[in-house]
Design a protein around this ligand. Structure first.
Ligand code: NIG
Ligand code: FE
Length: 404
């Protein structure tokens, strides 16, 4: 990593994708310290405006630093065996029902020390950073005891303190039913509400609370209890919902003011309307759809028509999305779900930030954070079009040049 950024920097004749759209003409952009201070069309540019600036070069495409708003980067073990079992015909739900899947990662995560979890997660996060990420959300959810969930969240926080990236943490205690509570899921939800959430809130370890609302996980009523507890502790909420079936979890989450509902392949019109009314973001996760060879498409056309913002994220995790390449998700969101490249890019910048409650982040405009990427491509669409590592020319996080 290099950390040699001068105070005032100038990029010339670049194409800017500002987080929502591509600006129509080449720009000169100046950053100073942690902020973007000006964007000027080249035709109005006068060299004197760049006095005192370090010239950072010209050409290429500037985007906001990428925001990966849904990951499970901290986990023990791996699940290549499950990958092989699925190739032989086993289903994701079937594997989960016989104690594999998420629960096999729970066993490995409980056994791992904080140090081990950190050492394993670090290169995964570095892979994201090298692909342009400056903000990432990391969920717990493979501990499923108070201590193990807090352990995961501490690792996530420490990753953010160690690497040049903003880490947002989410407590996902209601991810799967741990074996100790088999046939007793309401009691486990009581533990999440009365012990896990208060402990995570008291230690400042969680920015939000998430749930897995699904037949193989928790019911809508149980998830609602979790949301009530989260809100009572001042934490934001979000949901894994409508991934494998339509239970109405997204609509319930929206009624509670959720930042986002994620996956949402089975979301219906009522769900779309509830999300629109609440201003919740629809987080599209093409990696899980691809890995599980799902066929039910998220209702992209309805979401678009309703004006529900769509985010795109990796869902990076050991089971349903062992994919640690955000720009691949841009490609998949377009190829698999027919998002436009601009929509996919907005989904991993401005709308990804909104899904984390970080409105205003993920934008290139005067006064915005100097979290940005310069790519060696001709047009923003090219970032989604080709799957090609190595195109990140420069990455600025908080005004500091830092990428591996
Ligand atoms: O986002 N849907 C539930 N949770 C994760 C999968 C986690 C796993 O399989 O380990 C997801 O797909
Ligand atoms: Fe997930």
């Amino acid at each position: 990593m290099s950390n040699t950024t001068p105070k005032r920097c100038l990029w010339r004749a670049i194409t800017v994708f500002d987080g929502l759209r591509t600006l129509t003409e080449p720009m000169a952009v100046i950053t100073e310290g942690t902020r973007i201070v000006s964007l000027t069309p080249m035709r109005d540019w006068d060299a004197s405006q760049g006095e005192g600036c370090m010239d950072m070069g010209q050409g290429g495409v500037m985007t906001p630093g990428l925001v990966d708003c849904h990951t499970h980067l901290v986990f023990g073990g791996e699940r290549a065996d499950e990958f092989e079992a699925r190739l032989e015909g086993a289903g994701y739900e079937e594997i989960a029902r016989r104690g594999g899947g998420i629960l096999s990662t729970v066993r490995a995560t409980r056994e791992a020390s904080e140090e081990e979890l950190f050492a394993r997660a670090r290169p995964r996060l570095e892979a994201l950073i090298d692909d342009g990420v400056t903000t990432v959300e990391i969920k717990s959810g493979y501990g499923l005891t108070v201590d193990d969930e807090l352990k995961m969240l501490r690792v996530a926080r420490r990753l953010g303190e160690t690497l040049p990236v903003r880490v947002v943490t989410t407590l996902l205690g209601a991810h799967a039913l741990p074996p100790e509570y088999q046939d007793n899921s309401d009691d486990y939800i009581t533990l999440v509400c009365e012990e896990m959430i208060p402990a995570a809130a008291a230690e400042g370890l969680a920015d939000a609370v998430d749930v897995f609302c699904e037949k193989i996980a928790f019911s809508v009523a149980q998830c609602e209890r979790v949301f009530e507890a989260a809100k009572a502790h001042g934490l934001a909420i979000k949901a894994h919902a409508e991934q494998l079936s339509n239970l109405g979890g997204s609509a319930m989450a929206a009624r509670h003011g959720a930042l986002s509902a994620d996956h949402i392949e089975y979301l219906d019109e009522a769900g779309v309307n509830a999300m629109r009314e609440a201003g919740s973001v629809a987080v599209i996760l093409p990696g899980a759809f691809y890995t599980l060879r799902e066929t039910q498409q998220p209702p992209v056309a309805s979401l678009r028509e309703a004006g529900v913002p769509m985010a795109v994220a990796t869902d990076a995790n050991p089971g349903s999305s062992p994919l640690f390449m955000p720009t691949l998700m841009l490609n998949m969101a377009c190829t698999l779900f027919r998002l436009t490249p601009q929509e996919a890019l907005a989904g991993m910048t401005a709308h990804g930030a909104t899904a984390l409650g970080l409105n205003g982040l993920g934008r290139i405009r005067e006064g915005a954070d100097a979290d940005l990427c310069i790519w060696d491509i001709d047009t923003p669409a090219a970032l989604a079009y080709a799957v090609q590592p190595g195109r990140l020319r420069q990455r600025l996080f908080g005004g500091e040049l830092a990428h591996a």
